[in-house]
Write a protein that binds this ligand. Structure first.
Ligand SMILES: C[S@@+](CC[C@H](N)C(=O)[O-])C[C@H]1O[C@@H](n2cnc3c(N)ncnc32)[C@H](O)[C@@H]1O
Length: 250
């Protein structure tokens, strides 16, 4: 908790995003990713491989955009920076380790933006004409802060808000996939709670009922191993990977 709080103070972000809770959320994620480094490693490695393969399969290599770049733990930045003339990293919060990593590449730039409202329109000009757009373990996170804001104010969120935000991001990916570029989507989809005997005791749909097409690859992410949220149970997320979102939607 202390680490997450310190990170929340240190990581730069516009006041509006800080007030809404994005910096706090980023700090919590950062601290957990370091505590759970070993448990998360297989997931991060698979995600990096999917993104690298999607990048290598992209014929035009002018501009790559990574949405939800965050800590860059699942982003093969060196490879992307070598393959593409320009790489744009988009997130509500760019923590310091990501800023330092980006700073090593003259062709990598950071865009700080909240992208819940979609990718089209003025605030999303960064996607226009991109040859590769990667949504990197972002989709399931998009509803978290907006729903938290309602909860913090003691108000009910509008019914269907989570599903609406998920659908908005998918529609935005559909729209950019209709253009020339390749779209790669990686997202966690379902959370299951397991006890030590392996029995599933709870399950949560992270997509709020929105159906996804069959993935090209899928794996488990041990997001909260035993001891992280309780001694006797752990949380596992099922991850779907779509290295070519347009083909998956066809
Ligand atoms: C699970 S992390 C993604 C992992 C990240 N690719 C990494 O390697 O660290 C989700 C990221 O999405 C960002 N995020 C969540 N909601 C967002 C929104 N509405 N707009 C922009 N970024 C958002 C968070 O700040 C966080 O960095």
């Amino acid at each position: 908790m202390l680490a997450a709080w310190a990170l929340s103070l240190l990581n730069p972000a516009p006041l509006g995003l800080r007030r809404r809770g994005y910096v706090r959320q980023s700090g919590l994620l950062h601290a957990r990713s370091r505590r759970c480094r070993a448990a998360w490693a297989p997931h991060l490695e698979r995600a990096r491989r999917v993104i690298a393969a999607a990048a290598e399969a992209t014929a035009q290599r002018g501009h790559a955009v990574i949405l939800g770049s965050g800590l860059l733990d699942d982003v093969p930045l060196d490879r992307l920076a070598a393959l593409f003339a320009r790489v744009t990293l988009v997130d509500a919060v760019h923590p310091w380790p990501a800023r330092w990593a980006a700073g090593r590449h003259p062709n990598v730039r950071l865009v700080t933006a909240e992208i819940s409202a979609g990718l089209t329109g003025g605030s999303a000009a960064f996607c226009a004409g991109a040859d590769l757009i990667v949504s990197a373990n972002l989709l399931s996170q998009i509803p978290i802060v907006p729903l938290d804001v309602y909860e913090a104010r003691g108000r009910e969120a509008p019914p269907g808000l989570g599903a609406h935000l998920i659908e908005t991001h998918l529609a935005a990916l559909d729209a950019v996939a209709r253009g020339a570029g390749r779209v790669c989507l990686i997202t966690d989809t379902v959370q299951r709670e397991e006890v030590r005997a392996g029995r599933i005791t709870d399950s949560l749909d992270l997509m709020f009922g929105v159906a996804l097409p069959p993935p090209e690859a899928a794996w488990d992410w041990d997001i909260a191993p035993f001891g992280e949220v309780g001694r006797g149970h752990r949380l596992i997320h099922r991850v779907h990977a779509y290295p070519d979102w347009r083909a998956a939607r066809a």
